[in-house]
Design a protein around this ligand. Sequence first.
Ligand code: AHR
Length: 485
Amino acid sequence: MLVSLINIDVQRRIGQIDPRIYGGFIEHLGKCIYGGIYDPHSPHSDERGLRTDVIEAIRKLRTPIVRWPGGNFASGYHWQDGIGPQAQRPTRPELAWGTVESNQFGTDEFIQWCRMVDTEPYICANLGTGTLDEAAQWVEYCNGSDDTYFANLRRHNGHEQAYGVKYWGLGNEVYGDWQLGHRSAQDYAKVAREFGKMMKRTDPSIKLVACGGQNLDWDREVLSYCADLIDYLSYHVYWCPQPDADPYYSLFWGPHGSEQYLRFIGELIEYIRRERGIGHSIAICADEWNVWYRSDVTTERELYNLTDALVVGTFLNVLQRNCNTVKIANIAQLVNVIAPIWADPESIFLQTIYWPLFAAANYSGPVALDVHCESDGFEAPAEVSGELPYLDVSATLDEQTSKLFISVVNRHKQAAIPADIQMSGAQIDAEGTVHLITGEEPSVTNSFEEPDNVALHSEPSSVAGDSFAHEFPAHSMTILELPLC
Ligand code: AHR
């Protein structure tokens, strides 16, 4: 019989969660921007061509920050092509993905869209084919409040108030040969430093995200050269089932491998800060992450199933647990391309992975607790830990509302797992809520015809006191929302 034990002491705290870990990403790729975010021909678009049904679905995710315009696209994007009267904007060959860019959606449209979504913009500069001047002038266009050329150009385009874009990326995946303007770690570090200097001199209040490499040698080089200038180091990851392994269980190895790597980067950052005497903090910005293995995203869309949703739920737990080092994270992407929202011109449906994102952002507190969990497990590679527990747990606390949230992903394919949950430092009041995401089987997907095969269902719970039992259904994610007394 599978049983487990979860101990939660509300005084044992990991740290403060930055809500920006629930961020998103949109790129000029496939049907994400054109056909997802912007579609003048859809009946759901407003007079500017922005899809209001997509905006509504993202607002419900309470996405606090959105990265744009890419991704690989960013490395060939010249932002000045995308401002001014839309009819006069040039179409250009798009060399990252082999398409044509119409430039109908540009900086002003992105900022408008962010305001409608109630999210913070995060712009990734072009460190591939772009110049130092272009990057600094982009900052000036967005944030300039003086009587200068690019600030005036923004005003001329109808936007009197500076946009105050705080987060700027110094390029995308420059370490990869697929990238326009691919460079070695040392070459990238030198270029990033010069771009960063120019951009920060243009607006000293901005925060810079340097491009991490998912490789400690790359990360060390970039940190050694740029630590005094940057505020974040990026991390990208896409998970897939492993060859010659169980396709269901091996998909869960991914977020745990990432958790391990996030610990490595966190330590490396601290080591370099100490070595170089860097006073300010440098955090990890996991600005692309998701399950992705089925589709060529230029032409197709990834249809997610319940298993993928549980993998996404696991990584949201990982992000909460690693709140001291990861301060921004952006699921890639938000609509149509490897995304929680599937939009056709006439309507949308919510993919399975929408629900863990919704649950984590809506049912969590700002303080991460250090949970002890004992649970049987499934096999994992030795380098990840040899075995992973069926139950993955994260607990968070909201002191303002006096609520505890326990997020539990039961990765067992067939079995429900009963758990004894023991509390210290606080008692649970009755009148809580159980939020459950599950479905008939791990392979189940949503669609226009069956949009609710996987959704979130909430029911009242009446547990009280300092210990209680709860059974977590097979292949499910549960969030227990528990008032404390
Ligand atoms: O998100 C899709 C692509 O994946 C991005 O453009 C790129 O940065 C990554 O390789």
